[in-house]
Design a protein around this ligand. Structure first.
Ligand code: G1P
Length: 297
């Protein structure tokens, strides 16, 4: 079984749900406490053993590339002022040279098309996909690290899932567990299908695809000629459903909580959640949240 060392992060989207902020700031760069949302996703992947990141970007997203570069003037100024702790923290987050690639998605044709844009760098290795809109907080190993554990047991393709209430099913990709699989008692479930944004009456389960994937490279060949699906876009879910006819797919009901930072309320929730676990401000953040809850009641 080939190890998973590369990850694709599609960051080309406009972020229309959080305008006007995203008119000039890529949505992935919106600050959650003291770092861009994207940093949490990169950290999640590093914890899982990812060594190379492929960002699928677009026009107006240069801030992402700059963020992962060294910032000479800033670093020099910190050094000269003796702010060594801040300097060291900054340098510790800087990726090693050559471990990040940036490719452009020239037209917004959908998530499947965005992933396909990374094909030359992925080559014939299995790879992870992390949707940076989604932040996942856990008390245990990171979501992708949990998926790697599952991959090391069963191989093939692994999709992170979690249950959603019926009224939200049509906003997501939804999986079809194999007959006899019980998501209430099993965390790793064999799958028989998946469908993108089904009407509730057609949904094969209420297990939504969360935005973390471990995929085999054969998927890229299918994405090449994948036709547009839900919303007129080339959907990753449709290509995965085709790959499922020849390869195993398992869904992992991971431990953790996801936050949709592409929406206003999800972003607000993420800020509250990560503030409460932040090494410097957790106590103060909890006090503030408690006080404001008491005010509201
Ligand atoms: C994408 C995927 C969908 C998944 C969702 C998770 O949809 O296509 O299968 O459930 O991310 O956030 P999007 O939110 O880009 O419409």
């Amino acid at each position: 079984m080939k190890p998973v060392k590369k990850a694709v992060l599609p960051v080309a989207g406009f972020g229309t749900r959080v305008l006007p902020a995203t008119k000039t700031v890529p949505k992935e760069m919106l600050t959650v406490v003291d770092r861009p949302a994207l940093q949490y996703v990169v950290d999640e992947a590093i914890e899982a053993g990812i060594e190379h990141f492929v960002f699928v970007t677009a026009r107006g997203k240069n801030a992402i590339e700059d963020y992962f570069d060294s910032a000479y003037e800033l670093e020099d100024s910190l050094r000269r002022k003796g702010k060594t702790v801040i300097y060291d923290e900054l340098k510790a987050k800087q990726p090693r040279e050559g471990t990040m690639s940036f490719v452009r998605q020239q037209e917004a044709k959908g998530l499947g098309h965005a992933v396909w844009c990374a094909r030359d760098i992925i080559g014939d290795e299995p790879f992870a996909v992390l949707l940076p809109d989604v932040l996942i907080q856990t008390d245990v190993r990171s979501c992708l690290a949990q998926m790697m554990d599952a991959y090391n047991k069963v191989g093939g393709n692994i999709i992170a899932v979690d249950p959603v209430p019926d009224e939200r099913v049509s906003s997501y990709g939804v999986i079809k567990p194999r007959a006899g699989a019980n998501p209430k008692t099993q965390s790793l479930i064999a799958m028989d299908g998946m469908v993108e944004k089904p009407a509730l009456k057609d949904a094969p389960s209420n297990l939504k695809i969360t935005g973390r994937y471990i995929l085999q490279p054969e998927l890229m060949g299918l994405l090449k000629d994948q036709e547009a699906g839900a919303g007129g876009e080339i959907q990753l879910t449709d290509a995965m459903a085709r790959l499922m006819t020849s390869q195993d797919f398992h869904a992992l009901v991971y431990e953790g909580q996801d936050y949709d930072c592409g929406s206003k309320l999800g972003y607000f929730e993420a800020v509250m959640a990560f503030a409460q676990t932040h090494s410097e401000i957790s106590e103060g953040a909890r006090d503030l949240i408690k006080a404001s809850a008491a005010d509201l009641s």
